[in-house]
Ligand binder design. Structure first.
Ligand code: PMP
Length: 435
């Protein structure tokens, strides 16, 4: 099956190269391949499966939705399923959103919603420029790729080019200013202010600034809370809409329902996909009413919302809230990171263990290098560790600018003993990879 598919599928296929498995079944945090082998799934559909595989609540939602014989495709007309989803989603957002925010239903993917967010702020401000951050990931469509703070994939297609300005992201481990911590965040904020205010800087007041509160594909790098609050102040004072991309962080993954809640900021635009569809394709943009200046039909498209995804999404949001899976994710994430730090003590090739909630990254470095505090990244060793993990029944993805960050993104329903099983398999894999 793997070979047959590899022969016919596009050369752009990604995951089957690194995770050469044909999967036929999934339950909870486990998946089973066509040869009957079981794996712990720490990829969880790139974060789309908050409740893991085949959760009874999700299955029931699909079955009872179908039993009602809903019009499966009805463009953006209102339906009871859409209504329930909308109410569940707004109830899950902070109080200010209930009155002041609106929603645009988008296509099936996160990138669709980012595209809509860009059009929204450009229309509302009448401006063109966009600000993004180094290391950012917002999708693979033409415009979203232009926001990607990683030049290699961008170069192949060009994208929006000069419309997008990239600013440094204050990463703690590989600090762009070489100092780290609060001081780095303060310099970064001041630097951004200067760029906006100095007519010589070339950064004109943009149509919007887009940011991930925790960069996921970029290597699990969390923006400091204080810095985010400063960014909010800087953008608000200059009338620059702040777009927070919660495609990967949204719905409890980071230990809060939405990652921007850690810093207590109120974004102008929130982009959501992945988990909010309960495993089915769905994306939305939630934005402040003041920005609702585009005309009817400004964001048309056949698939703007998906009736079954409304059902699974509503059921998932409700389950996550009722069972406080956000605080559960925080607890499980702490346990995972504590265990990873113990492993790191024995292995100098683990340079950094970081994350928030169940969005965790381990940066693999050249353990023999002496260029502390951040030795050279070691992508080849990271790949070997990924391979060894797979041999031990653990599916993990790599990320980060150099592909040297091992990423843990398990379903939020994961139990304590399952975290321990991950640690055991990962620890053994690092030992094997270093042999
Ligand atoms: N934004 C973020 C933060 C993401 O992590 C991703 C996907 N990994 C996207 C946007 C794009 O979503 P999609 O792959 O569904 O287009």
């Amino acid at each position: 099956l793997l070979t047959r598919q590899a022969e016919i599928e596009s050369n752009a296929r990604t995951y089957p190269r690194k995770i050469p498995l044909a999967l036929k079944r999934g339950r909870g945090i486990y998946v089973e391949d066509t040869e009957g082998r079981t794996f712990i799934d720490c990829l969880a559909g790139a974060g789309a499966l908050a409740l893991g595989h085949s959760h009874p609540v999700v299955i029931e939602a699909i079955q009872s939705a179908l039993a009602e014989e809903p019009p499966l495709q009805i463009l953006d007309l209102p339906t009871p399923l859409k209504d329930r989803f909308t109410r569940e989603l707004f109830d899950s957002l902070p109080a200010a959103f209930q009155e002041n925010y609106k929603i645009q239903f988008c296509g099936p993917s996160g990138a669709d919603a980012v595209e809509a967010a860009l059009k929204l702020v450009k229309t509302a401000t009448g401006r063109r420029g966009l600000v993004s951050f180094s290391g950012a990931y917002h999708g693979m469509t033409h415009a979203t790729l232009s926001l990607t703070g990683e030049p290699t994939p961008r170069r192949a297609v060009g994208g929006l080019g000069a419309e997008v300005q990239f600013l440094p992201f204050p990463s703690e481990y590989r600090c762009p200013f070489g100092i780290g911590g609060e001081a780095s965040a303060a310099i970064s904020a001041r630097y951004i202010e200067t760029l906006f205010d100095d007519p010589n800087s070339g950064v004109l007041t943009p149509a919007g600034m887009i940011i991930e509160v925790i960069q996921g594909e970029g290597g699990v790098i969390a923006a400091p809370d204080g810095w985010l609050r400063q960014l909010r102040d800087i953008t608000k004072a200059r009338g620059i809409p702040l777009i927070v991309d919660e495609v990967q962080t949204g719905l409890g993954r980071t230990g809060r329902l939405y990652a921007f809640e850690h810093a207590g900021i109120e974004p102008d635009v929130v982009v959501l996909s992945k988990a909010i569809g309960g495993g089915l394709p769905l994306s939305v943009v939630v934005y402040h009413r003041d920005l609702d200046q585009w005309k009817s039909g400004a964001h048309a498209g056949t698939f703007r919302g998906n009736q079954l995804a409304f059902a699974t999404g509503a059921a998932t949001i409700s389950y996550v809230r009722q069972n406080s899976l956000d605080s559960h994710a925080a607890k499980m994430g702490e346990r995972l990171m504590a265990g990873l730090r113990v492993i790191a003590e024995e292995h100098p090739c683990i340079g950094d263990v970081r994350g928030r909630g169940l969005m965790v990254g381990v940066e693999i470095v050249d353990g023999d290098a002496t260029n502390a505090p951040a030795p050279d990244p070691a992508p080849t060793l990271a790949k070997t560790i990924q391979h060894e993990c797979l041999r031990r029944g653990l599916i993990l993805e790599l990320g980060g600018r150099f592909g040297a960050v091992v990423r843990f993104l398990p379903p939020l329903i994961i139990a304590q003993d399952e975290i321990d099983a991950i640690l055991e398999r990962f620890g053994a894999s690092v030992v094997a990879a270093r042999r």
